[in-house]
Design a protein around this ligand. Sequence first.
Ligand SMILES: [Fe+2]
Length: 214
Amino acid sequence: MSSQVPLEIASFCKRCSDALSWTTENESCVELVRDELPILLFNKPLFAEILHSLVEGGGYPDLGHSTMFDNELLLHADSSRLFTLRMFLWGPGEYTVIHDHNSWGVIGPVSGVLGVFNYKREDDGSREEYACLIETEELRCLPGQTTFTLPLNQGIHKIGNPTQESMVSLSVYGKPLDRGYINGFDIDNDRIYKIFPPKSKKKMLAFQALAGLK
Ligand SMILES: [Fe+2]
C-alpha cells in the first residue's frame, strides 16, 4: 500500500464531507455517520491491507501524526475540519480511562467486540478536581455495529476490548471544541483531571522546565 489514502476510505470521507456540510447539529451528524460507517466496518480485507502496510512500515497511515491515545491512528482529516476518521488498535482486555470528548463521535469495531461503558456526571462541576460519576450503560458492539458519544458531560465513557483477542475499531469525530485537552475521570476517588495530547504535553513541560534553567 502506498502513502495514498485507499479509495474506499476516500469515498467514505467524501460522502461524510458532503452529508456533514448540511448540518452542525450533533445528533444529526451522529445519525448521518451511523448510516455510513458500517460500510467501512464490514470491509475486513481493507483493514487487513492497512494493518499489513503498518507492519511492513508502509506510508499509510502516518504513524508520526499526533494523537490523544497511543493506540490511535489518524486515517483521514477533513480539509474543512468537519470530521476526522481514526483507527484504534486494542490488545486483549485493553480499555481507555474514563474520559469525555470535544466533539460528537461514532464508534464501532471492524473485528472482535467493542466494549463500552457510559457514565453520567452527578455533580454540578463547581468543585475543582472533583467529579462524581455513575455508570448508566454497558454496551457490546459487534463488527458493523456502532455506538456514539457527544461533547463534554454528555459523552463520558470508557471503551475497549473485553475479549482475549486483539481487535480493530474505527471512530469518526466531529469538529472539535477549541479546548486543547479532554477530561479523564477517576471514578473510585471522585477525581477529574485533564489529559493533553502527548505533543502538547511535551511543549507545556518544556515551558515549565525553562524556569529551572534560568
Ligand atoms: Fe472516547
